[in-house]
Design a protein around this ligand. Structure first.
Ligand SMILES: [Zn+2]
Length: 259
């Protein structure tokens, strides 16, 4: 268990004269020169001084508990960009990150853990950001996340082909596949075109290795059970007006905060 920092070791003299920085290991060890009575050296120092100082004296364990009371979308849109120390707390190599994200996901209607191969940030964006992963168009109501493809797609970009097609034979397993409404497996035509092009651009001697690398990547990003569970969770939770209201409230707060 992580040792709770001894507050008596770091007495505070007046309001935030020195700001403690949380390093990648989550400890409050390094000190950053931010004197409240002096002009900050850079814009980044200025942001840090303004935004972090109220929380600067808190033991890291308390900070972690506070962050766990924010929704994943708030962590991504606000905390991640607050300052380097806060960003470090949310990164996967930080021993406290898992606790923060798990608490935050539990708060968001039991949001499942990230899909295979995805970071917490990528996962949160997939679930909350209504933007087509391909053409980047936003706010289309029919754009639900596809947890098998790990993408959100607008109607225009949803061009599928059955895995029974002839081109699938050579490239089988090199791109992610998803299920149609009739539970038949299909792939995105645009994904296939990209793999075909990259494959054809290579010298013949390197093509087999390329396909193998692609198959390994697909394996590391595939978990049918998890994708199926997430699809059901999403349908259930986002049909719930309470959650819809919660998300709308958070988005509204975010928009006001950035103005
Ligand atoms: Zn699109």
């Amino acid at each position: 268990m992580a040792k709770r920092p001894n507050v008596s070791e770091a007495p505070r003299k007046g309001p935030a004269k020195r700001l403690k920085k949380v390093d990648s290991a989550g400890s409050l060890s390094r000190k950053v020169k931010v004197q409240s009575s002096e002009k900050p050296d850079t814009a980044e120092d200025s942001d840090t001084a303004l935004l972090v100082s109220p929380l600067a004296g808190l033991p890291v364990e308390i900070l972690i508990e506070i962050l766990g009371w924010l929704l994943p979308f708030e962590l991504v849109k606000s905390v991640l960009h607050l300052s380097k120390p806060f960003r470090a707390l949310l990164m996967p190599d930080n021993p406290h990150a898992q606790h923060i994200w798990a608490a935050s996901r539990a708060l968001a209607g039991g949001m499942p853990s990230p899909g295979p191969g995805l970071s917490e940030v990528e996962w949160t964006n997939l679930i909350f950001v209504k933007q087509c992963s391909t053409c980047k168009i936003s706010n289309k109501s029919d754009m639900k996340p596809d947890f098998y493809l790990q993408k959100r797609l607008c109607k225009k970009c949803k061009k599928f082909k059955s895995i029974r097609s002839r081109e699938w034979n050579t490239f089988s397993g090199t791109i992610l596949v998803t299920q149609s409404k009739k539970s038949k497996w299909q792939y995105l035509r645009s994904d296939m075109i990209q793999v075909q092009k990259e494959h054809d651009d290579l010298p013949t001697s390197e093509r087999a290795k390329y396909l193998e690398t692609k198959r390994q990547w697909v394996k590391s990003h595939t978990d049918e059970k998890h994708s199926s569970m997430c699809t059901s969770w999403y349908e259930e939770r986002f049909r719930d007006p309470v959650i819809d209201g919660l998300v709308a409230c958070v988005l509204n707060r975010m928009t006001k905060g950035t103005k």
